[in-house]
Ligand binder design. Structure first.
Ligand SMILES: Cc1cc2nc3c(=O)[nH]c(=O)nc-3n(C[C@H](O)[C@H](O)[C@H](O)COP(=O)(O)OP(=O)(O)OC[C@H]3O[C@@H](n4cnc5c(N)ncnc54)[C@H](O)[C@@H]3O)c2cc1C
Length: 495
């Protein structure tokens, strides 16, 4: 621990509103510097969008939606280190693609070759492309590597740019869409060139290891809801769960603290608001004063203009196993990723082995899942929160669609029985990285000395990801420390 402020008089106090990855990253970064930190979270667990539910049949913790990072997410890895969780995540160095015809294509970096040549075999082996398509993708990647990620790129439509580059239809459908939709959680037709360039430059083109998958080995609620709380409290953070902030308390142009639902006020030298973009406005609107500082209202107005994109985690239980790889990336299909069951906690006291013998769990991730909302589910545990899409026959149930889609790829699915299914969709999973988003994202210090902003939607240069959330927390912490003449870079260096 760095102790920068611990021996220099009374520690400055900071209230953090929101205990997602952004809030907890700011909290641990500040407490390590000797700041007195209170973290207020409205739910009864930390983690925000990163969490799990208890499956009523097996009693297991199931992640609402599988989360993966990449090796290039260096700030997320820093947080994992600070939370002492390095052993609870694994790096997968090979990606398992499955073509539209079901052909399995494991893709790894070529040995020795420097980036971006290390990915040459990807281009050569990417499923479902002709030689002409591969050359088209190679040309596109070379141009993308040269894109300067600044205002102009953020305001340019990615699909227009690809079409101007004369990318072939299959290159767009099978290569660009596959990567972009799962990395950005949004349709290729919606996103900006800047967001796509960020994904490819940082995630694939600049470092040999950047694309490696960072996968949690425990349910997310165990990692961020339980273990992280213990770690934060042990470090000295005052974590308050079930504590909803109603409004920010203003004194002139300053933020004095927060007001809770019961009318009580909590004061501090600084406040960090780390709530999602669609939850920021109400905190400002409910302020007691009739006139808000303009910058608060303007920022709230801009935040409200960020569009959301849904992601669905479709949880399925089968009578037999049918996937042999640690994950599957499906090219050109409704189901985009498949993940098998992860290990359950040895400390949870649940014995799920009996259930595990009779049911085989797979989670299917569908990003930008707007059209799933038209599909009905007939299963016993079908979620009433399914809010997604399909251009396929809408008279089919979700079970039929999923079964038919997977059977095209995995031979074992045809004879396997889908025992039950539950679809969970978060309509505000990510903000849409469209051509307007860049100008709507505020910097951490946009609201002055006493009020900082954090959250995946703030100006981190990353799309809505765990990496963006963690980085935003570190940036907000840096801003506060700077007021005390502590100029410190809390951010992890890029790969
Ligand atoms: C289905 C889904 C799949 C995803 N997949 C991936 C993935 O694979 N990889 C990846 O990198 N990212 C993924 N993401 C995105 C990632 O989860 C988010 O970018 C990240 O978790 C955002 O963290 P945050 O702290 O900014 O916000 P949040 O997690 O939303 O945290 C904000 C917190 O503030 C609390 N709060 C709100 N209002 C108040 C209030 N008034 N008072 C007190 N507390 C309040 C909320 O309860 C919440 O806990 C996915 C997201 C979803 C939903």
């Amino acid at each position: 621990m760095d102790d920068s402020l611990r021996n220099s008089g009374p520690a400055p106090s900071v209230i953090i509103v929101g205990g997602g990855l952004a809030g907890m990253s700011a909290a641990i970064a500040l407490v390590r510097q000797g700041v007195s930190v209170t973290l207020l979270e409205s739910r009864h667990r930390l983690g925000g969008r990163v969490g799990s539910y208890v499956d009523p049949v097996s009693g297991e913790l199931i992640d609402y939606c599988q989360h993966v990072g990449m090796a290039c997410c260096t700030n997320l890895r820093q947080l994992i280190d600070w939370l002492d969780q390095r052993e609870l995540w694994e790096i997968q160095k090979e990606l398992h693609f499955y073509g539209p015809d079901g052909r399995h294509q494991p893709l790894a970096a070529l040995p020795v070759l420097p980036a971006p040549l290390h990915l040459a075999s990807w281009l050569w082996k990417w499923p479902g492309l002709t030689l002409r398509d591969r050359l088209s993708v190679a040309l596109g990647l070379r141009s993308l590597d040269r894109v300067v990620i600044a205002d102009e790129a953020h305001e340019t439509s990615a699909i227009q740019w690809l079409l101007e580059l004369k990318q072939t239809r299959l290159a767009v459908e099978r290569f660009w869409k596959t990567v972009v939709v799962s990395a950005l959680g949004e349709e290729l037709e919606q996103v900006s060139l800047g967001a796509v360039a960020k994904v490819f430059q940082d995630g694939f083109l600049r470092h040999r290891d950047a694309f490696h998958l960072l996968v949690p080995l425990r349910p997310l609620t165990e990692l961020f809801g339980l273990l992280a709380v213990e770690r934060l409290r042990a470090a000295g953070v005052n974590v308050q769960l079930g504590c909803t902030v109603r409004s920010l308390v203003r004194g002139g142009r300053d933020c004095l603290g927060v007001e809770l639902g019961d009318g009580s006020q909590w004061r501090a030298d600084h406040t960090i608001v780390a709530v999602p973009w669609h939850r920021f406005g109400p905190l400002v609107e409910r302020n007691d004063d009739s006139r808000e500082p303009d910058s608060w209202m303007e920022t709230a107005l801009r935040a409200s203009q960020l569009a959301s994109s849904p992601i669905s985690g479709v949880h399925t239980w089968w009578d037999r196993p049918w996937l042999e790889t640690p994950h599957a990336v499906l090219v050109g299909r409704l189901c985009q990723w498949v993940f098998p069951r992860i290990q359950q906690s040895q400390t949870s006291g649940e014995d799920s082995s009996a259930q595990g013998d009779t049911e085989h769990y797979y989670q299917i991730v569908i990003s930008a899942s707007r059209s799933l909302s038209t599909i009905k589910s007939t299963a016993r545990h079908a979620a009433n929160d399914v809010d997604s899409q399909s251009s396929v026959d809408a008279s089919w149930s979700l079970e039929q669609l999923i079964h038919a889609d997977l059977a095209q790829v995995f031979p074992g699915v045809a004879s396997a029985k889908l025992l039950r299914l539950k679809a969970v969709t978060d309509p505000h999973a990510v903000f849409s990285a469209n051509t307007r988003a860049h100008r709507l994202r505020p910097k951490a210090d946009a609201l002055g000395d006493t009020l900082s902003l954090a959250g995946d939607w703030t100006a981190t240069s990353w799309p809505a990801t765990m990496e963006s959330a963690v980085l935003s927390g570190f940036l907000a912490a840096e801003q506060i420390l700077k007021r005390y003449n502590i100029t410190i870079c809390l951010r992890a260096p890029p790969l």
